[in-house]
Design a protein around this ligand. Structure first.
Ligand SMILES: Cc1cc2nc3c(=O)[nH]c(=O)nc-3n(C[C@H](O)[C@H](O)[C@H](O)COP(=O)(O)OP(=O)(O)OC[C@H]3O[C@@H](n4cnc5c(N)ncnc54)[C@H](O)[C@@H]3O)c2cc1C
Length: 400
């Protein structure tokens, strides 16, 4: 009969990918006794490309658990609007706050979130230029990671947090100095402007102090749904510079204010991203030693403006479950297998509930209107009001 894990025994956890999911997992796992964590990241440096990111109640709650909430700052949204991009007509608006001031919805620069997470991950935990290409199951129950550079590493548990990027929807994003658009009506709100097969989103992403110091920045995120037939064979792009002309050519039906804002971006700041919305996996674990978290497990195309929150929740949760089973005096393989099973049984149904919502009549692939708030009476409170810490406390109380 296999013997339980000795308290002196180390569990080696390998995380592939250093985005919000991988960094959150590393922060939380480093607090579990007996775990040695390494992040293997393909990039030569950890540098977040892209523009802004929404930090709402669900993100704040997990950032608190990770101990970095005080390092995240940005533009406090007052109101969130949806407008017809071609006429400017208001479709709906809803408040962008939830109860306590500290949980107010903000729009932050992605680099701010990444820096906050990185501040809790020592440099030696991250190995750069390690692009995972294949994995192999070893006879002892471990998993071998083979990297593009010909090296390899063995681990007791592999957490795939390497995101997902493909073609389908093209997204163009940029940050520009706020001063360039200070006269624009678009500055009045954080808003989505919808057009046929496209949408334009804009928001301030800086704090009042940054704005007062002349360092204010404004974000534009434009989406364009490619015709799948034409997209076939299209070269994958992620953070690739794109000309103003290419971006503007898809928004000629939009209001003059939007067209002007697009044209005001200095040449070279627009970056193109290819986004992907599938596949919808039934389960996110394998072999008793491997799981995927964050976008790698449930790409949602930014449908709920919470992908980073989901990714960080996944990372934090798996660490708590592992801590629980490592404390049960089980053989190592059992502890790991049970960890993965419980993790899968909590997160997979959660993402399937989201997919079901996105498929439902009226949702049209994204969360809308008042559903976006973390108001307990709002229909999507189970997403926007989710508090992963409270959820885990409840689940744990029901465990033997
Ligand atoms: C346009 C747009 C707007 C969005 N807006 C919001 C928002 O407002 N709020 C929000 O919360 N979320 C938003 N999201 C979603 C959010 O950006 C993602 O959900 C989040 O970044 C997922 O984190 P992740 O760590 O799972 O993946 P990623 O951020 O994709 O990180 C994956 C990491 O893995 C590395 N990697 C990839 N392949 C390998 C490999 N083979 N080996 C090693 N390393 C590898 C990558 O270099 C990267 O560092 C938006 C997404 C899009 C596309």
């Amino acid at each position: 009969m296999p013997t339980p894990i000795k308290s002196s025994e180390t569990i080696r956890v390998a995380i592939s990918g250093g985005g919000p999911a991988g960094l959150a997992a590393a922060i939380a796992l480093r607090e579990v006794p007996g775990i040695e964590v390494t992040i293997y990241e393909q990039a030569t440096e950890l540098r977040e490309v892209g523009a802004g990111i929404r930090i709402g109640f669900n993100s704040w709650k997990v950032l608190e658990l990770l101990g970095v909430a005080d390092k995240v700052h940005g533009h406090k949204k007052v109101v969130h609007e949806h407008r017809d991009g071609t006429t400017g007509e208001l479709q709906y608006r809803y408040p962008a706050h939830y109860g306590e001031e500290k949980y107010h919805d903000i729009r932050a620069r992605r680099t701010v979130l990444q820096a906050a997470l990185l501040s809790k991950v020592p440099k030696e935990v991250i190995q750069l230029r390690k692009r995972l290409v294949t994995t192999k199951q070893l006879p002892g129950g471990q998993v071998r990671l083979n990297f593009e550079d010909g090296t390899s590493a063995d681990a007791d548990l592999l957490i795939g947090a390497d995101g997902i990027r493909s073609v389908g929807t093209t997204i163009w994003r940029c940050l520009i100095p706020l001063d360039l658009v200070k006269h624009s009506v678009l500055l009045k709100s954080t808003a989505f402007h919808h057009g046929p097969g496209t949408n334009f989103k804009c928001s301030i992403v800086s704090t009042p102090e940054e704005i007062a110091a002349g360092k204010g920045q404004w974000e534009m995120t434009l989406r364009y749904r490619e015709d799948p037939a034409k997209a076939t064979g299209k070269k994958f792009s992620w953070g690739v510079p794109v000309s103003n002309e290419r971006v503007a050519s898809h928004f000629t039906a939009f209001t003059p204010a939007i067209q002007e804002a697009i044209s005001l971006a200095p040449e070279g700041v627009w970056k193109e991203f290819a986004a992907f919305s599938g596949p919808r996996l039934e389960h996110i674990i394998a072999n008793g030693n491997t799981t995927i978290i964050g976008d790698a497990s449930h790409p949602l195309l930014g449908a709920f403006g919470s992908g980073a929150a989901f990714a960080m929740q996944d990372g934090w949760l798996i660490a708590q479950i592992l801590r629980y089973y490592l404390g049960r005096e089980l053989p190592k393989a059992d502890a790991l297998a049970r960890t993965l099973e419980l993790f899968d049984s909590i997160r997979s149904p959660y993402y399937h509930r989201m997919y079901d919502y996105l498929d439902s009549p009226g949702a049209e692939g994204s969360a809308k209107g008042s559903t976006l708030t973390a108001d307990p009476k709002a229909p999507l409170y189970w997403i926007f009001g989710s508090d992963i810490g409270a959820q885990w406390d409840e689940i744990r109380a029901g465990l033997p």
